[in-house]
Design a protein around this ligand. Sequence first.
Ligand code: KG4
Ligand code: ZN
Length: 340
Amino acid sequence: VINGPLLAIESSCDDTACAILSPKGDILAERVLSQTGHAALGGVVPEIAARAHLAALPSLMDDTLTDAGLTLDDIAAYAASTGPGLIGGLIVGSTFAKGIAIARDKPFIAVNHIEAHALTARLPALSGETPAFPYLLLLVSGGHCQCVAVRGIGHYEKLGGTIDDAAGEAFDKVAKLLGLGWPGGPALEKLARKGNPSAVTLPRPLLGRPGCDFSFSGLKTAVARHIAPYGQAALPLQVAADIAASFQRCVADIMADRAENAYTAIPDATALVVAGGVAANTELRTRLEAVAERHALRFIAPPLRLCTDNAVMVGWAALETLSARHDAGYGPSDDVPVAP
Ligand code: KG4
Ligand code: ZN
């Protein structure tokens, strides 16, 4: 559909990323710069993130071009995430890419960030054949927590989402209560290995109920209540480990239950895909893999670098969008009418 490589930018949260893909979707170069300044502040500060994207983008793009052995003259199209996400960062990244596209008279493709996560499972770089539609996506990170039926390019059905915190946010908040650093997910998982997952009784919000919604704030409150009698500073290590293990088990139970319900809703699904930073969690992966196996679904967990925010997924979603537009008779720069 395009006759040269595509350059993609991702800047919706705290990662500044750039990738260059061949027209077929082969990854020619990819870079991610994770902003580190937020750790000391205990979370992502949107205004700081937006300024950091702006400072990082020009050299990040140059370095990515160098990695690919290309210059801007070789780039045939540009893409960027335009939402959802933190609005300042989105404006910086998409205006950057769109500005270059306009200056060079090349097409610019606006990409929905969730769509990019959803289509990652179809990347040619992933081993194994492309999953057929429809497939199920469980997107769980610090910013996202939703269950989606991917029916086709541009055809997504949200089966459920969180009614309070995202799953990664819950990991981060519980880790904070336990006195671990930020982001808390990896530290909590490490501590959980030393604990007993049955030691602490925690509520499992929405478990056993129909639907694919999530709720984590009650769980977080329950953890806080277990810690209170000791006080964070005096929390014995074994108690902390037991709480971590019990919390993790609880989240895994909830995820597996929601995945079961997603399958019930879309029984013709061909695969269960898990993405987002929380997908790094081994217990979670194992439990979801078991759900997939029970229903003869393929289980796809992309490598972590493609699971968390990255520009490869943005570039790939742009290519998928272009090919779908092409099939419908539109060129890369045509305005495509949006269905009502
Ligand atoms: O996708 P991601 O890198 O960034 C966005 O949130 O968009 O996800 C980061 C989230 C954080 O909340 C982090 O605590 C969580 O993923 N996380 C984990 C693990 N590794 C990262 N949660 C549980 N277990 C892990 N091993
Ligand atoms: Zn994301």
